[in-house]
Structures are given as structure tokens and as C-alpha cells.
Design a protein around this ligand. Structure first.
Ligand code: CTP
Ligand code: MG
Length: 229
């Protein structure tokens, strides 16, 4: 395939407060990483790079093989870094073959629908990235020193999800530039936009929420029980 997905799973999951690194925490009888991989392998065929925590590469390989079935040749595991940005960079360095489009996905968004992955991949162009978003539902305030200084117009805002899709060459150049400048970005779309590129929106999904806290894990469990993939 000319499209690859980098699944970053190298975080420790501090806020989840589990015994294992977050990717290896069970939702039901399957881990967060396994659910993320199941979604990816249900999408159109992609090269799959799993970025694992140091010391857990073998565990990640086991999950990859279980999800891949007879398509294990599409997958590869590499070791992550100290920050998410470093983990994505490690994934980029592991791409092989003639990949032209790269999706970057949080393993922690374990229940992301395959249809969203396909839609993001389809929306990437040679110049522009694709970002799945949801409308912001909360009323947001601008604040300063304990007082409200303004209300933010919700229609100008969107909540960003993953996978985020990019033309490979431009993303690699943007990553090289960020590394040179020592700049840290909140997500790949921000890093890409900082290099002067366009990021287009595609509809995200409520199911793509990031499992961050124990409450999020409960939400994922409830969702699998009532509305399985
Ligand atoms: N991630 C990564 N490498 C890092 C840090 C994060 O690959 N050094 C990945 C996580 O595994 C996760 C995604 O980036 O899939 C989003 O990060 P987050 O939800 O913050 O996960 P953690 O960093 O593991 O959690 P916490 O911040 O609570 O420690
Ligand atoms: Mg984190």
C-alpha cells in the first residue's frame, strides 16, 4: 500500500494509573492496542507501524500478529521515545517502500471506526493534511487571573482527533524542522501547520475519544458492551 499508519503506543499512561503501560491495559478481553489494531486492519489495507514502549516491543509484536491475521507482512514494531513527538519521529524513520501518505494515530483512541481511518486517508492530498474533528459542545470562556475576559465563539472551534493524515514528504520535512528548532507541538496537525501547510477537516466520531483516565476506560467498556464495533 502507498498509505501507512503510525500507531503511537509508547506512552506510560500516567493518568490511567494502571499497572501496565496504557497500550497493554485490557478494555474487555482485548487490550487498548489490540482494539486500535483491529480497527486499523478493518480499514483499507495500510502499512502499519506500531511504536511501542521500550521493553515492550515483543508484547506489541504479539498484538500486531493477532490483529493482522494473514497480513502480518504489512506490520512492523519499533521503539518509541520520551515524548509523543519523538515516538512519531521513530515511526516515520521506520516506514519502508513507496509510501506517499502517512496517517498518525493514537493507540489510546482504541475504538476509532475504520470508516474514519478510510475517510482521513482519502482526504489527504499532495499538499494538504486531513484532520478528523468534532464540534465543540461546551461553552468556552477566555479567562485571566480568576475572571472571565470573554466568551469564545464555538463555531470557530473544533476538537481534534486522530488519525491525522499527511503527505509523507511534507510531514517528514516538517518533523525535521521541528527537531532542528527544538519545538514541541500539541499534535501533528499543529506541527504541520507551523511549517505553513494547509490542514483540511473531515468529520470525526464520538467513538474516537482518547482513553486517558479511569473514567474513559469505563466509557470504552460500556460502549463495547452496548455498541460493539
Ligand atoms: N505516546 C507515545 N510516546 C510517548 C508519549 C505518548 O507513543 N512518549 C502515545 C501514547 O501511547 C498514546 C498517545 O501518544 O497512544 C497519546 O498520548 P496520551 O494519551 O497522553 O498517553 P500517555 O502519554 O501514555 O498518557 P499520560 O499522558 O497520562 O501519561
Ligand atoms: Mg501523555
Amino acid at each position: 500500500p502507498h498509505t501507512a499508519i503510525i500507531i503511537v503506543a509508547a506512552g506510560s499512561g500516567t493518568r490511567l494509573e494502571a499497572r501496565a503501560p496504557k497500550a497493554f491495559v485490557g478494555i474487555d478481553n482485548r487490550t487498548i492496542l489490540r482494539h486500535a489494531l483491529d480497527g486499523v486492519f478493518a480499514a483499507q489495507p495500510l502499512q502499519v507501524i506500531v511504536v511501542a514502549p521500550a521493553g515492550h516491543e515483543g508484547d506489541a509484536q504479539t498484538e500486531l500478529l493477532a490483529a493482522a491475521g494473514d497480513r502480518a507482512d504489512l506490520g512492523r514494531v519499533v521503539t518509541g521515545g520520551a515524548t509523543r513527538q519523538e515516538s512519531v519521529a521513530a515511526g516515520l524513520a521506520a516506514l519502508w517502500g513507496d509510501v506517499t501518505t502517512v496517517l498518525v494515530h493514537d493507540a489510546a483512541r482504541a475504538l476509532t471506526p475504520p470508516s474514519v481511518i478510510d475517510a482521513v486517508a482519502a482526504a489527504v492530498t499532495a499538499q494538504a493534511a486531513a484532520l478528523p474533528v468534532l464540534p465543540v459542545v461546551d461553552t468556552l470562556k477566555r479567562v485571566d487571573g480568576g475572571v472571565v475576559t470573554g466568551t469564545v465563539d464555538r463555531s470557530e472551534l473544533a476538537a481534534a482527533q486522530t488519525p491525522q493524515g499527511f503527505p509523507r514528504d511534507a510531514l517528514e520535512a516538517a518533523y525535521a524542522r521541528a527537531a532542528e528548532e527544538g519545538a514541541e507541538y500539541t499534535d501533528d496537525a499543529a506541527l504541520f501547520a507551523a511549517a505553513g501547510h494547509t490542514v483540511r477537516l473531515v468529520p470525526g466520531s464520538e467513538r474516537s475519544f482518547k482513553i486517558t483516565t479511569p473514567d474513559d476506560l469505563e466509557r470504552a467498556r460500556a460502549l463495547l458492551a452496548t455498541a460493539p464495533p
